[in-house]
Design a binder for this molecule. Structure first.
Ligand SMILES: Cc1ncc(COP(=O)(O)O)c(C=O)c1O
Length: 229
């Protein structure tokens, strides 16, 4: 943060790391923003995917006067591609955003709005089931990744990504970087991962576990076999 900072963007639960900002840290962050007159844009699209004992905390509850809360249907309701999201914040800010959006992207297609409204109205049970499923997949992928030599994976507390450190595997395979490792995994073993370089974190890979247990099992088996080859 510098004296010229106008806005802080937070994303908890986080893509790519799966990290969740706890309540106490969030309070400290909000306090700094309040003191410096900085706005907060809080992207909470993964909010339904937080695994106990971690708990979701929103800056909107602490500083509604300077927070723009952003959410959407893509993750909670598996509606990726429907392009439905929403923002909540002080009335004058939202009104100005509406003015800009209505002259640039215009409006969300009406059937997609109906779908999102129905999801919000009636799908809490589905979200609950998915959270339990993702938690099981999280445990599975973290265990399998940590069984691969040269791969170290902490336990993400939210979202549906694992973000292991693969520096030792990169060295063992004489790869130049995690970006090269990602490319070789794709070419040699047909496993798609995103290199940490894409997020300013070389030495890591991002793996999505928004897929079946069988796919997670097979993907990790292929990475393990590639590393050992
Ligand atoms: C942190 C975060 N915010 C927002 C989005 C937006 O999702 P969509 O464009 O599908 O609504 C994504 C999608 O990956 C995301 O990871």
């Amino acid at each position: 943060m510098t004296p010229r900072t106008k806005m802080l963007i937070l994303n908890s639960p986080n893509n790519p790391t799966g990290a969740v900002i706890d309540g106490e840290d969030l309070r400290a962050i909000v306090e700094v923003c309040r003191r410096r007159g900085v706005w907060i844009l809080s992207d909470e699209i993964y909010e339904p995917m937080v695994y106990a004992p971690a708990r979701h905390a929103s800056p909107a509850a602490l500083a509604p006067d300077r927070t723009i809360h952003v959410h959407g249907a893509s993750k909670a309701y598996a509606m990726t591609g429907w392009r439905v999201g929403w923002a909540c914040g002080p009335r004058d800010v939202i009104r100005a955003m509406d003015d800009v959006a209505s002259h640039s992207t215009s409006n969300v297609t009406s059937f997609a709005q109906k779908g999102a409204a129905e999801a919000l109205r009636a799908c809490d049970g589905f979200v609950e089931t998915m959270r339990a499923t993702f938690r099981r997949r999280r445990d599975l992928i973290v265990r399998l990744l940590n069984e691969i030599p040269g791969v170290r994976c902490g336990e993400p507390q939210g979202a549906f990504y694992a973000f292991p450190n693969v520096e030792a595997a990169v060295r063992a395979k004489a790869s130049a970087s995690s970006a090269e490792m990602a490319e070789r995994l794709l070419d040699d073993s047909h496993v798609a991962v995103v290199p940490g370089e894409a997020f300013g974190a070389p030495g890591c890979l991002r793996l999505s576990y928004a897929t079946s247990d069988a796919e997670i099992d097979e993907g990790c088996r292929r990475i393990r076999s590639w590393v050992g080859r």
